[in-house]
Design a protein around this ligand. Structure first.
Ligand SMILES: [Zn+2]
Length: 287
């Protein structure tokens, strides 16, 4: 009888241990998924910021670009009157050299203030727009437009990257530091290289003519290291030579790389911004 009770007790204990392990694993897994979702949401917000605004302020306010871009972006969907109020209240303080954390938000809607403060934290948390952290993938400027989301294969799928056009054989360089995760042929991408960046994102270079022979899976790769050369392999066989560049976030979602490329292009080649931002009165004027 005692042995049976002892065994039952042991069984109960084992079940409890197993259930606790399962519960803890589920919690850890959910936290992991949630964290990746938040990071992905942050990157989507970053990619929604106008690259022209970032470039204009990196050019004109190199020390304070994060503050200015934050305020302009937080006010972009406001009515003309509220926008004027925000810009006149906050940007004047920034012009006077007041630190972002010390700004006086009196008279500004609480939600706008919160949104601005969130944008500002993003620029410190993620270095995707910070000069010197990432690199435009070609050694010269080239033709590319924003075709993210455009129909492909008659609407069966959408375009999940940016196509950069240049001559066959144009060298392509890694935009960031990371580890080679995929290498070689796939049906759509042709010769392709996938790099897991130090930031956790997956950087995808497709339709290559050749892959750098020094690369292998799990090799550490530096920013600026040769990925391969431009071609039109895979489903690009009928199209002009181009690099398909994609960025996959930790939750499996593909980010629009176009705004990032525009900023990296400016940082690498000092291409001047098209717009001059006039923040007193109404927002932008095109010159
Ligand atoms: Zn493409």
């Amino acid at each position: 009888m005692n042995t049976r009770l002892y065994n039952l007790g042991k069984l109960r204990q084992s079940i409890l241990v197993i259930m606790s392990i399962l519960l803890i694993s589920t919690i850890i897994w959910k936290l992991f998924i949630t964290k990746n979702k938040i990071i992905a949401k942050d990157y989507l917000l970053l990619a929604s910021i106008s690259p022209d605004i970032i470039i204009a302020f990196q050019q004109n306010k190199p020390e304070l670009w994060k503050d200015y871009v934050t305020v302009i972006t937080a006010g972009q969907n406001l009515t003309v009157e509220s926008k004027e109020n925000l810009l006149n209240t906050i940007l004047i303080q920034l012009d006077r050299g007041i630190d972002f954390q010390e700004l006086n938000w009196y008279g500004i809607d609480k939600n706008i203030r919160k949104s601005a403060q969130y944008y500002r934290t993003l620029f410190d948390k993620y270095s995707v727009y910070t000069p010197g952290k990432y690199l435009f993938p070609l050694a010269q400027t080239c033709y590319y437009i924003d075709t993210y989301g455009a129909d492909r294969e008659g609407g069966l799928r959408s375009h999940q990257g940016t196509d950069l056009f240049d001559k066959k054989g144009t060298p392509i360089f890694s935009v960031c530091q990371g580890t080679v995760e995929k290498l070689g042929w796939n049906r759509l991408g042709g010769e392709r290289v996938g790099v897991r960046g130090k930031d956790g994102n997956y950087y995808y270079y497709a339709h290559l003519e050749t892959i750098n022979q020094d690369l292998f899976i799990s090799k550490e790769i530096n920013k600026g290291e040769l990925i391969g050369t431009m071609g039109n392999t895979g489903d690009a066989i009928t199209t002009p030579v181009h690099l398909h560049f994609g960025i996959e976030l930790l939750n499996g979602e593909w980010l629009n790389p176009y705004p990032l490329l525009k900023v990296w292009e400016y940082q690498r080649f000092d291409i001047t911004a098209k717009n001059e931002w006039c923040y007193f009165g109404l927002i932008e004027k095109t010159i």
